[in-house]
Design a binder for this molecule. Structure first.
Ligand SMILES: [Zn+2]
Length: 266
């Protein structure tokens, strides 16, 4: 991934998505915000113990770093429901869902995570984007495939046109599921590494490939959040902690350039 800086906020970008014109995206770190203590500092999650006004300011900073525009999230529930975001939705209260799709320029889709996978998708042909929250329950529910299907149904997307990025999340080094026989269906057991660990990045790549994406267009950050609490929030490592943002949106009409630039490889 590449590191970018804008308005004092650091965020990471995927090479594949950065190469597309007219798309803004970023994986934000835990730095550059106003939250305190366990939530320091760029927490975008409305979690217990956090000051709501800090979340509002942090979300404003995230949106501003990507050129502004309304930031639309959902009430994430570890399922596989997709919210189709229209121009009218930008002022509505968040509804329960774990993926968002849109073709409205200027709207930024956000998922918030701390170990779960944030997956960003863009169809550069039909001009549509998706943001997906996929924890282990999302992997079991194959939420990424449901999001691809929504892009097909709503915008005529051909899956082979899609460019995808799998963001920082719990890696195979730390993805321990001692009770996997009860929690994870047997069809996913081939992704077990060692006695009790699972490679959920590989699961998502397989699910996206099965949904029709070209494997070479699927990029994996390869950064484990539990190993990198210096940069990201990790629920498994920290318990009480914040959520970092993964955001994607089509540039507003008349603004084809993505902010940032080539950046620095991290
Ligand atoms: Zn790890």
């Amino acid at each position: 991934m590449q590191e970018q800086q804008r308005n004092g906020i650091r965020y990471l970008t995927f090479a594949g998505l950065s190469a597309l014109a007219g798309v803004h995206h970023g994986i934000f770190t835990r730095h550059g915000g106003v939250s305190q203590g366990a939530f320091a500092s760029l927490n975008v999650g409305r979690v217990d113990g956090e000051a709501p006004e800090h979340v509002v300011e942090n979300r404003h900073r995230v949106a501003a770093a990507l050129g502004g525009g309304p930031l639309v999230g959902v009430r994430q529930v570890h399922g596989n429901t997709v919210k189709v975001v229209t121009a009218e939705d930008v002022t509505a209260a968040p509804t329960p869902a774990d993926a968002l799709v849109t073709n409205v320029p200027g709207v930024l889709l956000m998922v918030q995570v701390a170990d779960c996978q944030p997956v960003l998708l863009c169809d550069p042909v039909r001009k549509a984007v998706a943001a997906v929250h996929s924890g282990w329950r999302g992997s079991v529910a194959n939420v990424v495939a449901v999001a691809v299907r929504a892009l097909q149904d709503c915008y005529g997307t051909r899956p082979r046109d899609l460019v995808a990025g799998i963001g920082p999340s719990l890696g195979p080094c730390c993805g321990q599921f001692v009770h996997y026989r009860d929690e994870i269906p047997e069809r996913l057991w081939p992704f077990r590494v060692g006695a009790h660990h699972f490679d959920f990045w590989a699961i998502t790549r397989a699910q996206l490939s099965a949904a029709g994406l070209a494997p070479q267009r699927i990029e994996t950050a390869g950064i484990c959040t539990r190993c990198r609490t210096d940069t990201f929030y990790s629920y498994r490592a920290e318990g009480t902690t914040g959520r970092f943002a993964a955001v994607i949106g089509l540039a507003p009409d008349g603004d084809p350039a993505a902010p940032g630039g080539p950046g620095r490889t991290v």
